[in-house]
Design a binder for this molecule. Sequence first.
Ligand SMILES: O=C(O)c1ccc(O)c(O)c1
Ligand SMILES: [Mg+2]
Length: 625
Amino acid sequence: MKTSIATVSISGSFTEKLDAIAAAGFDGIEIFEQDFLASDHAPQEVGRMVRDAGLEITLFQPFRDFEGLPEPHRARAFARAERKFELMNELGTDLILMCSSVHPQALGGIDRMAEDFAELGDLAREHGVRVGFEALCWGRHVNDHRDAWEVVRRADHPNVGLILDSFHTLGRRIDPASIRSIPGDRIFFVQLADAPAIDMDLLYWSRHFRNMPGEGDLDITSFLRAVMATGYDGPLSLEIFNDQFRAGLPRLVAQDGHRSLIDAVDRVRRTEPALPLDLPAFPAPQPVQRIEFIEFASSADDAPALETLLESMGFAAAGRHVSKPVTLWRQGGANILVNKDSQGFANSSYLAHGTTVSEIALMMTDAQAGFDRATALLARPHPQASREGELSIPAIRGVGGSMIRFLDAGTDLGRIWDIDFTTQPAPDGAGLTGFDHLAQTMAYDEMLSWALFYSSIFDAQKAPMVDVADPSGLVRSQAMQSGGLRVTLNGAEARGTLAGRFIEDSFGSSVQHIALSTDDIFATADAMAARDFPVLQIGANYYGDVQARFGLSSELVGRMQAANILYDEDESGHFFQFYSNTQTGGFFFEIVQRGAGYQGYGAPNAPFRIGAQKRGARPAAVPRR
Ligand SMILES: O=C(O)c1ccc(O)c(O)c1
Ligand SMILES: [Mg+2]
């Protein structure tokens, strides 16, 4: 599989783009004419720079408003085309993209357009180049790949072929299965782009909101299955017009692009195994059974505050690491490690962020397969030296430089508590049974990237994005789930929001809250209150509203209010939740009772939670006399 990306997809100067694209492992680039014109390099030099970077120019584009013109525009269009063919020879590429005309004078008529392309094909042949015709979904006469194909078919010229672009097909809701009947060798090039489902003008949507395959809502898998079923074996190329990416970090965006292509082809392989796909073998996503443990990096000075909080929640010290200053705090199926090491990875995390979640360990069917898949999808491995007799646990880097470890029950990795720890039974706690979800706070710009990380590596499913109103600005929240792994990604743009302040205070993205589950939230709240748990106080206004909204009994609402418990429900279940006060640095805990089938995270309550947290954080008002 040859991978490629258009220079418009990422930010930077021409050289910065080239470096980033080469570093991300692509085979080629589409040169967007504007990027070439804006650069200071002669065409031969551009060609040489591309080849020196180990890349090839897969396409030169776009050529606009060619077909269907009356004279004298028609002759002008041919002369323009000839100039570009000469330029392509200098650049060292043989394929140009012609997008369907939006020219006000363009005339319709499939045969007229086919004749234009047949004649252009002769000119292209003289220059040793090929022409690909793409239907822009807002094209004046051609805006559907089926019509573009009919033009190409009737032109019947070996130097004229079809270019497909997933955005134009799927954005217009054209059934991609219609591609299957096109001969693969008549398709000269394939561009891939996804986009979020937003109802808006097609051109504006395409020029500003495209994103990487898997980051949006279009059915890229069906499109790509149809393309591969034709026998097409040319490049798969990303053409992503996106305002955020244009301003993003070139290397990060390029790497996300390469990850998205590998994932897109892998999805095709898993849904239609009979197709011949030239992608190295790697394991399918491993279902995550549960979060086995979460580790905090802290210090001898800071850890006691965290440990006091854990005790107030009913956790008990239940073990120690055999060689490191790491304590296991346990309750039910929830294992929390507190690491006070003054060297190594945990200490670096602590120095960078303050007390912070530095590791998340996932129990899955096959840890090595999970790790192999992650690295095939370009996750950064985190090799760690282990001592004699201790486990060597496969790990990758996740959000904010934290570590994700892979465990399974089928190997010694499943015996981590016996091998790497000395443990004792934990006394009964407050009824917590395990982890419900993790909330990771990040800059809004990072959200698509981390969502792609979880969806590609773990096949995590995305819930619809929700907007959470913080008094100081909007926070976007994207929930994702893969089996027992539930995460919410919270993207903050405004610095004054609780999430924005957290990013500042903890110097970058990390876990802002951990939600633990209970089967009886009222009993758990009582047991924790008896242990002096610092519960987040919810105002009375909330309870009046929630009672009216859901028709709850006064008796239930009274009990909720006494324990500062919030409520939500969906078609299939109830949901109760309460919170701790925010800790130094902005971290907090949540306790939830998830009724069978409830899929959400209590998002409608988030504004009230945030209001309460901000009241709690405000310095006490001086009483007036
Ligand atoms: O937005 C455009 O004009 C444009 C140009 C070239 C393409 O390949 C495309 O998909 C869109
Ligand atoms: Mg295109």
